[in-house]
Design a protein around this ligand. Structure first.
Ligand code: RFL
Ligand code: PHB
Length: 390
């Protein structure tokens, strides 16, 4: 099998790249090690920056997003028993975010790819990259026990944090930066109306909590839990009781209980691998970097990587220029590090850190107080939350 771009991974990064390339007439094949059902049922992110919405529109996959996405002009921050509002739109000169589940983005991208008749090879086992520092890289894998090979010009490593692409780069050619947080997020999805019209991020002495949503009828809630917590230890009742304890009274009273349709724990990590290229292999999305979910940046960073990688691949295949590919890593990383900083800052601001001493806790308190006493501080938070320009 032969193609121009072999894409490893059918997450949002791989699918979006495939869609943009296909529309530009650049041949591509996606290789995914899970089943289509698994890919379509993963519950993850929910908040899209305007830049990502615009990119999905350019990719021709934003019709349902336009109908069903919820545009939010502001976001709530709760601490000390009170709810404060950051007016994103007013503070950024008109920018907003859109609430639309990653699950829906993935469904729309899969449907668009099927409509174009482009190949995605699901349930691929033993995926391995070869000759990535040559002009003729190859991908080998097995499907249903049968050995297969895909020859290509370029490989896009879009296979997430646990994928094989980053690991195919020699250790000596990669520098990794990492911070693992001593807690995770226990998330619950429920078919009940959200507690508030906008998201509420809450700092409480018992730990962080977040009220989010997928639609006017479906809510997504999170509570901070210790790193080694097991999801089986949490009944739905226990979850809702803990969530309410961490919210201001008026928000807690508006939470509507119901049976969970999904409940899982996500660890929190900051991670960056530099550079995002080795030879003909280009990393994008979670394969190259991870942010803690507090700033809602992970999916959006995957989208900005794909914006840059797609532009570079167009230059390579259509204009026969290497400049874009040569500049890809530096261009992507400049935006990645700023989102890493924001996610790290927001995580530090809102969580309970068991190791923080009394002085550090007062510093955290002072930073929260300062945020809501200063237009400049709030504007800095707002401009990062809606997403820095591409
Ligand atoms: P993905 O989504 O992990 O997709 C990678 C794909 O590669 C496949 N794969 C392989 N395929 C072939 N061969 C192999 N060896 C392979 N190994 C893996 C996988 O099966 C998968 O299909 O990475 P991608 O595309 O880079 O997308 C990144 C986003 O998924 C991620 O950043 C976000 O979900 C992070 N995130 C959030 N981001 C936001 O922007 N806003 C949010 O509100 C937000 N909330 C979240 C989040 C992530 C969470 N979890 C569970 C980690 C909330 C949570 C709870
Ligand atoms: C979500 O709805 O899943 C969500 C929203 C905001 C975040 C993280 C996750 O910061």
């Amino acid at each position: 099998m032969l193609t121009q771009v072999a894409i490893i991974g059918a997450g949002p990064a791989g699918l979006l790249l495939g869609q943009l390339l296909s529309r530009a007439g650049i041949d591509n094949v996606i290789i995914e090690h899970r089943s289509l059902d698994h890919v379509l049922s993963r519950i993850r992110a929910g908040v899209l920056e305007q830049g990502m919405v615009d990119l999905l529109r350019e990719a021709g996959v934003a019709d349902r997003l336009g109908r069903e996405g919820l545009v939010h002009d502001g976001v709530g921050l709760a601490f000390g028993g009170a709810l404060h509002r950051v007016d994103l739109k007013a503070l950024t000169g008109g920018n907003t975010v859109t609430v639309y589940g990653q699950t829906e983005v993935t469904q729309d991208l899969v449907a668009a790819r099927e409509a174009l008749g482009r190949p995605t090879l699901y349930e691929a086992e033993d995926v391995a990259l070869h000759d990535i520092d040559s002009e003729c890289p190859r991908v080998t894998f097995r499907i249903g026990g049968e050995a297969r090979e895909l020859r290509c010009d370029v490989i896009a490593g879009c296979d997430g944090f646990h994928g094989i692409s980053r690991r195919a780069i020699p250790e000596s050619a990669l520098t990794c930066f990492e911070r693992v947080y001593p807690f995770g997020w226990l998330g619950l999805l429920v078919d009940r109306p959200p507690a508030a019209h906008e998201l509420v991020y809450a700092h409480h002495e018992r730990g962080f909590a977040l009220c989010s949503m997928r639609s006017a009828e479906r809510s997504r809630y999170y509570v901070q839990v210790p790193q080694d917590e097991r999801v089986e230890a949490w009944s739905d009742e226990a979850f809702f009781a803990e969530l309410r304890r961490r919210l201001p009274a008026e928000v807690a009273a508006a939470v509507v209980d119901g049976p969970s349709i999904e409940k899982s724990i996500a660890p929190l990590r900051s991670f960056v691998a530099e550079p995002m290229r080795f030879g003909r292999l280009f990393l994008a999305g979670d394969a190259a970097h991870i942010v803690p979910p507090t700033g809602a940046k992970g999916l959006n960073l995957a989208a900005s990587d794909i914006r840059y990688l797609h532009d570079a691949l167009r230059e390579h295949f259509l204009d026969h220029s290497q400049a874009g590919l040569n500049g890809y890593s530096a261009r992507a990383l400049a935006r990645v590090w700023k989102a890493e900083r924001f996610s790290w800052w927001m995580t530090g601001l809102l969580h309970r850190f068991p190791e923080r001493n009394a002085f550090e806790q007062r510093m955290q308190q002072a930073e929260l107080d300062y945020l809501f006493s200063s237009q400049a501080a709030m504007a800095a938070m707002a401009e990062n939350y809606v997403g820095l320009p591409y």
